[in-house]
Design a protein around this ligand. Structure first.
Ligand code: GRF
Length: 209
């Protein structure tokens, strides 16, 4: 049975989407003791751990403690689902090729924070979310899948965020499933997913029937 460890910092709605898609989430690790997603995980009988970044003097010692908490669950895949800390190169290398993040923009547009407000300020007509493998450069790793949404004239950052979040909840479970099914090959910046069908007028590649 495959094993997925999910790292969170807050609400945990993407974590919930993974669990509700019946993916094998064996543990949830948060850098914040008050993350709401921890309560959800505990309710579902999933192991939880907190590695509070405020308790560590520097990023290296925090990331070492985080890696220990993750490794205790021997994951095949580690998913960053609203995990709001930048990880050290050592941590990223340790999980190379099995560390995925969901980011609320159509990368490479808008890496970093405040993506919805930035998309509005830039006048984007399309916005969305990306699932990508994590590399040492922030939000720059090979893109696994993306979903796009329209930007409407009366959108605020909040209404746009809500529209994007609905797509995150479809995209991340699909990407995790494809990984666990062994259908992904990383080739430089490009990720090939075997046996998926992307229609020209579709926003999200779907598994072949
Ligand atoms: C999501 O939009 C995620 O892409 C971003 O932070 C948000 C986390 O939401 N990095 P949740 O904790 O999964 O509800």
């Amino acid at each position: 049975m495959a094993r997925v460890v999910v790292l969170i910092s807050g609400r945990g709605s993407n974590l919930r989407a993974l669990v509700e898609a019946a993916l094998p989430v064996v543990a949830v690790v948060s850098n914040r003791p008050d993350a709401a997603g921890l309560g959800f995980a505990a309710e579902r009988g999933i192991a939880t751990a907190v590695v509070d970044h405020k308790a560590y003097a520097d990023r290296d010692s925090f990331d070492t403690a985080l890696a220990n908490a993750v490794d205790a669950h021997a994951p095949d895949l580690v998913v960053l689902a609203g995990f709001m800390r930048v990880l050290t190169p050592g941590f990223v290398r340790r999980y190379a090729g099995r560390l995925m993040n969901v980011h609320p923009s159509l990368l490479p547009a808008f890496p970093g924070l405040d993506t919805h407000a930035r998309a509005l300020a830039a006048g984007s007509k399309l916005h969305g979310c990306s699932v990508h493998f994590v590399t040492e450069a922030l939000d720059e790793g090979p893109i696994v899948a993306q979903a796009a949404v329209p930007v409407l004239d009366d959108d605020s950052p909040e209404t746009l965020a809500a529209r994007v979040l609905r797509q995150e909840h479809r995209l991340l479970p699909a990407a995790v499933r494809w990984f666990l099914e062994g259908r992904m090959a990383i080739n430089g910046a490009r990720v090939r997913v075997r046996d998926t069908v992307a229609h020209a007028d579709d926003t999200l590649a779907e598994p072949a029937p």
